[in-house]
Design a protein around this ligand. Structure first.
Ligand SMILES: C[S@@+](CC[C@H](N)C(=O)[O-])C[C@H]1O[C@@H](n2cnc3c(N)ncnc32)[C@H](O)[C@@H]1O
Length: 235
């Protein structure tokens, strides 16, 4: 269970944790993994954390030094070397929104290409002017696309009270246990409003099952250069 500083993120991560508990397929890709913050949510047989920052990957591998956890040093917009139709679970959190529109679309296009026939692809995005294009892209690639709207008006008001220049991470009050509990309580209201686009600022896309019935490929990285035994290098 997550008790985060922001109610909206508390909702997002508790929702993902519940959802990913049931996905125990072979290959999981955490796209823009930082130091493998989402590692514990993945129940796939293998976890690949992909990030553009080598130090983040090294830190992640220090935390999770097991035989099923790997790093991939890569830019999300340049994943051509990874095999298409090969990844069973793709998750990207708190990152795509920060990429410029062309890079964001290239990243999503890449992740769609990597997804295996029965894959699930989950990513969070702001409800901004790129939303319709991304929705169309996901509908083009996947049979089922579920949209969960979140960051509702209650979360927005709560977060505005504490934000400083848009940041809330290290707020001395919001970061305390009672306020994290309050944020968790507010996050429960997200379940009531998650179908109402007009009340919310963000979306979580949950896309499932490729449309074009491709054959599944092995997630074979044997041709890719390694920085060390656990980190592949696409740069
Ligand atoms: C805010 S962190 C998100 C980490 C984690 N997914 C989470 O939800 O907390 C953003 C991460 O994206 C990585 N990143 C930014 N641009 C990227 C790109 N174009 N390709 C791959 N990783 C990128 C950064 O290095 C950083 O680790």
């Amino acid at each position: 269970m997550y008790f985060m500083v922001r109610p909206s993120k508390t909702f997002l991560f508790n929702y993902l944790e519940k959802k990913l508990k049931r996905v125990n397929a072979a290959i999981g890709l955490d796209a823009a993994s930082a130091n493998f913050k989402n590692r514990a949510m993945f129940k796939t047989q293998k976890y690949y954390g992909l990030d553009i920052n080598l130090e983040h990957l090294k830190n992640g591998l220090q935390k999770y030094n097991d035989q099923n956890t790997f790093g991939i040093l890569a830019d999300l917009a340049k994943l051509e070397q990874l095999p298409q139709n090969s990844v069973d679970l793709i998750v990207s959190t708190n990152t795509l929104y920060a990429l410029p529109p062309d890079k964001r679309l290239a990243a999503i296009d890449n992740l769609c290409r990597l997804a295996a026939p029965q894959a699930q692809f989950l990513c969070d995005l702001p409800l901004d002017k790129e939303f319709e294009r991304i929705k169309k892209m996901l509908h083009t690639n996947f049979k089922q696309v579920k949209i969960i709207y979140y960051k509702n008006i209650f979360s927005q008001i709560y977060e505005k009270i504490f934000e400083r220049n848009g940041f809330l991470g290290s707020h001395p009050v919001a970061g305390t246990r009672p306020f994290r509990f309050l944020a968790w309580l507010i996050s429960l209201t997200e379940y009531l409003t998650c179908k109402l686009s007009f009340l919310n600022k963000h979306v979580l896309f949950v896309a499932k099952t490729k449309k074009d019935h491709p054959d599944k490929n092995q997630f074979n990285l044997s041709n890719i250069r390694k920085i060390n035994p656990k980190i592949f290098d696409l740069t």
